[in-house]
Design a protein around this ligand. Structure first.
Ligand code: HEC
Length: 135
Protein backbone atom coordinates (compact mmCIF):
# COMPACT_ATOMS: atom_id res chain seq x y z
CA UNK A 1 0.00 0.00 0.00
CA UNK A 2 1.26 3.50 -0.83
CA UNK A 3 1.06 5.83 2.12
CA UNK A 4 1.01 9.58 1.55
CA UNK A 5 4.57 9.63 2.83
CA UNK A 6 5.89 7.07 0.36
CA UNK A 7 4.16 8.88 -2.51
CA UNK A 8 5.94 12.05 -1.42
CA UNK A 9 9.28 10.24 -1.38
CA UNK A 10 8.70 8.83 -4.84
CA UNK A 11 7.82 12.27 -6.18
CA UNK A 12 10.96 13.73 -4.61
CA UNK A 13 13.09 11.00 -6.16
CA UNK A 14 11.59 11.62 -9.59
CA UNK A 15 12.36 15.32 -9.19
CA UNK A 16 15.96 14.52 -8.36
CA UNK A 17 16.29 12.28 -11.41
CA UNK A 18 14.79 15.00 -13.59
CA UNK A 19 17.21 17.58 -12.18
CA UNK A 20 20.19 15.33 -12.83
CA UNK A 21 18.99 14.72 -16.40
CA UNK A 22 18.81 18.47 -16.99
CA UNK A 23 22.57 18.71 -16.62
CA UNK A 24 22.84 19.55 -12.95
CA UNK A 25 26.08 17.59 -12.77
CA UNK A 26 29.27 18.50 -14.57
CA UNK A 27 29.41 15.27 -16.56
CA UNK A 28 27.52 16.37 -19.66
CA UNK A 29 27.55 13.91 -22.52
CA UNK A 30 29.22 14.80 -25.79
CA UNK A 31 25.90 15.49 -27.50
CA UNK A 32 25.00 18.00 -24.81
CA UNK A 33 28.39 19.64 -25.24
CA UNK A 34 27.77 20.00 -28.98
CA UNK A 35 24.41 21.66 -28.41
CA UNK A 36 25.99 24.16 -26.04
CA UNK A 37 28.76 24.87 -28.55
CA UNK A 38 26.21 25.80 -31.23
CA UNK A 39 24.74 28.42 -28.92
CA UNK A 40 28.11 29.96 -28.12
CA UNK A 41 30.50 29.84 -31.09
CA UNK A 42 30.65 26.78 -33.29
CA UNK A 43 31.62 28.27 -36.63
CA UNK A 44 34.78 27.46 -38.55
CA UNK A 45 36.59 30.77 -39.12
CA UNK A 46 38.69 29.37 -42.00
CA UNK A 47 35.62 28.27 -43.96
CA UNK A 48 34.01 31.58 -43.01
CA UNK A 49 36.92 33.55 -44.45
CA UNK A 50 36.41 31.91 -47.86
CA UNK A 51 32.78 33.07 -47.93
CA UNK A 52 33.68 36.47 -46.50
CA UNK A 53 36.29 37.03 -49.23
CA UNK A 54 33.69 36.32 -51.90
CA UNK A 55 30.74 38.18 -50.41
CA UNK A 56 31.24 40.57 -47.56
CA UNK A 57 34.70 41.91 -48.43
CA UNK A 58 33.37 44.19 -51.17
CA UNK A 59 31.53 46.35 -48.65
CA UNK A 60 33.21 45.59 -45.33
CA UNK A 61 36.84 45.52 -46.50
CA UNK A 62 39.54 42.81 -46.30
CA UNK A 63 40.28 43.40 -42.62
CA UNK A 64 36.72 44.33 -41.66
CA UNK A 65 37.75 47.96 -41.40
CA UNK A 66 34.66 48.97 -43.37
CA UNK A 67 34.44 50.98 -46.59
CA UNK A 68 33.07 54.51 -46.54
CA UNK A 69 29.68 54.62 -48.26
CA UNK A 70 29.48 50.79 -48.56
CA UNK A 71 29.74 48.82 -45.31
CA UNK A 72 30.45 49.37 -41.64
CA UNK A 73 33.59 48.37 -39.75
CA UNK A 74 33.65 45.13 -37.75
CA UNK A 75 36.91 46.05 -36.02
CA UNK A 76 35.10 48.40 -33.65
CA UNK A 77 31.51 47.13 -33.94
CA UNK A 78 29.62 47.16 -30.63
CA UNK A 79 26.82 45.38 -32.46
CA UNK A 80 29.07 42.40 -33.21
CA UNK A 81 30.55 42.33 -29.73
CA UNK A 82 27.20 42.31 -27.95
CA UNK A 83 25.40 39.71 -30.03
CA UNK A 84 25.43 35.93 -29.81
CA UNK A 85 26.02 33.79 -32.88
CA UNK A 86 22.29 33.09 -33.02
CA UNK A 87 21.49 36.80 -33.04
CA UNK A 88 24.15 37.45 -35.68
CA UNK A 89 22.70 34.67 -37.81
CA UNK A 90 19.23 36.22 -37.61
CA UNK A 91 20.62 39.65 -38.43
CA UNK A 92 22.63 38.52 -41.46
CA UNK A 93 19.68 36.57 -42.86
CA UNK A 94 17.55 39.72 -42.83
CA UNK A 95 20.13 42.46 -43.37
CA UNK A 96 19.31 46.08 -42.59
CA UNK A 97 17.82 48.08 -45.45
CA UNK A 98 18.28 51.84 -45.63
CA UNK A 99 14.53 52.13 -44.89
CA UNK A 100 15.07 50.44 -41.48
CA UNK A 101 14.98 53.03 -38.66
CA UNK A 102 18.00 51.23 -37.12
CA UNK A 103 20.07 51.82 -40.27
CA UNK A 104 22.94 54.15 -39.46
CA UNK A 105 24.49 54.85 -42.86
CA UNK A 106 21.62 55.22 -45.33
CA UNK A 107 23.13 52.30 -47.27
CA UNK A 108 21.51 48.84 -47.54
CA UNK A 109 23.00 45.83 -45.77
CA UNK A 110 21.60 43.15 -48.13
CA UNK A 111 20.09 39.94 -46.68
CA UNK A 112 22.82 37.25 -46.54
CA UNK A 113 25.21 39.80 -48.05
CA UNK A 114 23.38 39.35 -51.36
CA UNK A 115 23.79 35.58 -51.71
CA UNK A 116 20.42 33.90 -50.99
CA UNK A 117 22.09 30.46 -51.30
CA UNK A 118 24.09 30.90 -48.06
CA UNK A 119 23.14 28.24 -45.50
CA UNK A 120 22.84 28.86 -41.75
CA UNK A 121 26.03 26.84 -41.21
CA UNK A 122 27.95 28.96 -43.70
CA UNK A 123 26.71 32.13 -42.01
CA UNK A 124 27.79 30.83 -38.60
CA UNK A 125 31.24 30.18 -40.14
CA UNK A 126 31.33 33.74 -41.45
CA UNK A 127 30.36 35.06 -38.01
CA UNK A 128 33.25 33.08 -36.48
CA UNK A 129 35.65 34.70 -38.98
CA UNK A 130 34.23 38.19 -38.55
CA UNK A 131 34.74 37.87 -34.78
CA UNK A 132 38.48 37.40 -35.40
CA UNK A 133 38.53 40.85 -37.06
CA UNK A 134 37.26 42.61 -33.95
CA UNK A 135 40.02 44.48 -32.15
C1 HEC B 1 26.44 45.73 -50.64
C2 HEC B 1 27.26 46.00 -49.48
C3 HEC B 1 27.28 44.99 -48.35
C4 HEC B 1 27.58 43.66 -48.40
C5 HEC B 1 27.91 42.80 -49.62
C6 HEC B 1 27.55 43.17 -47.03
N1 HEC B 1 27.22 44.18 -46.18
FE1 HEC B 1 27.05 44.07 -44.15
N2 HEC B 1 26.53 46.01 -44.06
C7 HEC B 1 26.43 46.87 -45.16
C8 HEC B 1 26.02 48.19 -44.71
C9 HEC B 1 25.79 49.43 -45.58
C10 HEC B 1 25.85 48.09 -43.31
C11 HEC B 1 25.42 49.20 -42.35
C12 HEC B 1 23.92 49.31 -42.30
C13 HEC B 1 23.54 50.49 -41.42
O1 HEC B 1 23.70 51.62 -41.87
O2 HEC B 1 23.11 50.28 -40.28
C14 HEC B 1 26.19 46.72 -42.94
C15 HEC B 1 26.14 46.24 -41.66
C16 HEC B 1 26.50 44.97 -41.29
C17 HEC B 1 26.53 44.50 -39.93
C18 HEC B 1 26.16 45.30 -38.70
C19 HEC B 1 27.37 46.04 -38.20
C20 HEC B 1 27.05 47.04 -37.12
O3 HEC B 1 28.00 47.38 -36.38
O4 HEC B 1 25.92 47.52 -37.01
C21 HEC B 1 26.95 43.20 -39.99
C22 HEC B 1 27.18 42.29 -38.82
C23 HEC B 1 27.19 42.88 -41.37
N3 HEC B 1 26.90 43.97 -42.13
C24 HEC B 1 27.62 41.65 -41.82
C25 HEC B 1 27.82 41.34 -43.16
C26 HEC B 1 28.25 40.04 -43.60
C27 HEC B 1 28.60 38.89 -42.70
C28 HEC B 1 28.30 40.10 -44.97
C29 HEC B 1 28.66 38.96 -45.92
C30 HEC B 1 27.83 37.78 -45.81
C31 HEC B 1 27.90 41.43 -45.36
N4 HEC B 1 27.62 42.16 -44.23
C32 HEC B 1 27.82 41.87 -46.66
C33 HEC B 1 26.71 46.57 -46.48
C34 HEC B 1 27.05 45.32 -46.94
Amino acid sequence: MFTRRSVLIIVLMLLLVALAACGGGGDSTSSQAEEEAVAVSSGDPDAGKEQYDMLCIACHGPGGEGIEGLGKAFTTSEFLRERSDEEMLEFIKVGRPSSDPLNTTGVDMPPKGGNPALTDDQIIDIVAFVRTLHE
